[in-house]
Design a protein around this ligand. Sequence first.
Ligand code: URA
Length: 242
Amino acid sequence: MKVRLARALQSQGFGSRRGCILRVRRGEIAVNGEVCENPDAEFDAEGLVFTLDGADWPYRERAYLVMHKPAGYECSHKPSHHPSVFSLLPAPLVERGVQCIGRLDQDTTGLLLFTDDGQFQHRMISPKKQVAKHYRAACADAVSDAQLAALCAGVQLNDEPAPVAALAAERLDGRSLRLVLAEGKYHQVRRMVAAAGNHVTALHREAVGAYRLPDDLAPGAWRWLDAEGLSQLEQPWPSATY
Ligand code: URA
């Protein structure tokens, strides 16, 4: 696929069409290592790299990102009490409209996905697709067999017409458990654990589908997802995650 320079820059979140044309004409943009002053110059999208403001920026038709969400950040463009996770992303990604795929609570840590691909976002959050979300929860009290059985059989949550069941629930040590869910209802893990008779004191999302949060992604850091990561995300349950 061929793309025109100013239009491609705009699509990546580098400002208005007019602004991108001006920046190109001023010689501020290098393409694959060479300055190009023609806003209408055409390039192969495959492997295209812009250099601007001293940094390289690979062209991506769609953005798919993974972040290690730190505690104390809200998954909202208009946060009320804490900074926004969007403040941890470079401005062009926010400008091009990436959205969180499912929200994590302000104090939840772990795997958070972003995209500007609406169809992908829908596939990931639709309960029909049964994409597994894997959580590790620390609890106030010892996790009992009865609590694990209730979580798997289904617990009644306020405002839900029918009991909600986990795909899997397993004790990790005395006071922590792993819960795998197919949906992403509001405060779902905390509410389910409360309904089963315990209380979540800390929550971390460790995987989605068969994709695990990379060990080398520090809290607050993000990276692009590659094709392998994307296909792991969409792997149906039960998937070999651990
Ligand atoms: N369930 C919760 O209760 N909180 C989260 O952040 C995610 C799932």
